[in-house]
Ligand binder design. Structure first.
Ligand code: B1M
Length: 208
C-alpha cells in the first residue's frame, strides 16, 4: 500500500478509502506510527496549506478531519501499549473557544499508552473546568490550542488555577501548532511539548 494514496484520500476527505488503505498498509506490515506521520498527519498539514491558500474551505477541512479520524481509530489500539495505570493523573482539553481536537486526542492517546490515567475534558473547555479537574486531584493539566486567538485562554486558565489556590498543586503543560516554549514560559506554564510523543516525555518529567 502506497502511503501517498492514504494521504490523498485524507486530503480528499474519503473516510472509507482511508480506512481500507490503513487496513491494507497494516496488513503489509507498515508500522502504525509511520502511517500516522507520513499519511495522516502529513495530509492534515496539506489540508491546512490549501485552506490558507484559499483552495479549500471549512466544510472540506472538516470532512478531511473526519477522514483522518477514521484512519486514526484503526491505529489507536496499536499506538497504545497497555501498561499499568500508575504514571499519574492528567486532565487534558482544548481551550475555550477552540474546537480543534485531533492533536489533543493524539496526545491523550499517547499519554494513556504511557500509563497515565487520562481525563479528556473535550474541546471548548472553560478555565473553571480545568480548575475543577485540579480540585478533583489531577496532578497534571494539559491544554491544547490551535488558534492564535484562543491561546490566550491558556494564560487565563493558569491565572484561574492561581486564584483558586491550586497552582502549587498541579503542573501545567501546553501544546498546539501556534504554541511555543517561549509562550509557555511567558504565561507561567511548567512545560511545553511540540508533538504527542514529546508530550508524554514532558508529562513524565513534570510528575517526577
Ligand atoms: Co482549523 N485552523 N479552523 N479547523 N484547522 C487551523 C488550525 C489553521 C492553521 C488553518 C490555516 O489557516 N492554515 C487556522 C488557524 C490560524 C491561526 O490561528 N493561526 C485554522 C482556522 C483559521 C480555523 C477556523 C477559524 C476557520 C473558520 O471558521 N474560518 C475554524 C475555527 C473553529 C474553532 O476552533 N472555533 C477552524 C475549524 C476547523 C475544523 C472544525 C474544520 C477542523 C477541526 C476538526 C477537528 O479538530 N475535529 C480544522 C482543521 C482540521 C484544521 C487543520 C487543517 C488541521 C489541524 C489538525 O488536526 N492537525 C489546521 C491546519 C494545520 O494545523 N496544519 C487548521 C493535525 C494534528 C495531529 O496536529 O493539532 O497541530 P495538531 O497537534 C499536534 C501538535 O500541535 C501537538 O501534538 C499534536 C500531535 O503531534 N499538540 C500538543 C497539540 N495539542 C497539544 C497539547 C499538548 C502537547 C502537544 O500538551 C497538552
Amino acid at each position: 500500500m502506497d502511503l501517498q494514496q492514504i494521504y490523498q484520500h485524507v486530503v480528499d476527505g474519503e473516510a472509507d478509502e482511508v480506512q481500507s488503505g490503513v487496513k491494507a498498509a497494516l496488513a503489509e506490515g507498515i508500522p502504525a506510527d509511520e502511517i500516522l506521520a507520513k499519511a495522516l498527519i502529513a495530509a492534515m498539514d496539506e489540508v491546512g496549506r490549501q485552506f490558507e491558500e484559499g483552495e479549500l474551505f471549512v466544510p472540506e477541512m472538516l470532512i478531511a478531519a473526519r477522514a483522518m479520524q477514521a484512519g486514526l481509530n484503526l491505529l489507536k489500539p496499536l499506538l497504545i501499549k497497555a501498561e499499568v495505570k500508575a504514571a499519574g493523573r492528567v486532565a487534558i482539553g482544548t481551550v475555550k473557544g477552540d474546537l480543534h481536537d485531533i492533536g489533543k486526542n493524539l496526545v491523550a492517546m499517547m499519554l494513556e499508552g504511557a500509563g497515565f490515567d487520562v481525563k479528556d475534558l473535550g474541546v471548548d473547555v472553560a478555565p473553571e473546568a480545568f480548575v475543577r479537574a485540579a480540585q478533583e486531584g489531577y496532578q497534571l493539566v494539559g491544554m491544547s490550542a490551535l488558534l492564535t486567538t484562543t491561546m490566550s485562554n491558556m494564560e487565563v486558565t493558569v491565572q484561574s488555577l492561581k486564584a483558586a489556590g491550586l497552582r502549587d498543586k498541579v503542573k501545567v503543560f501546553i501544546g498546539g501548532a501556534p504554541v511555543t516554549q517561549d509562550y509557555a514560559t511567558k504565561i507561567g506554564a511548567d512545560g511545553f511539548a511540540p508533538d504527542a510523543s514529546s508530550a508524554t516525555r514532558v508529562a513524565r518529567q513534570l510528575i517526577g
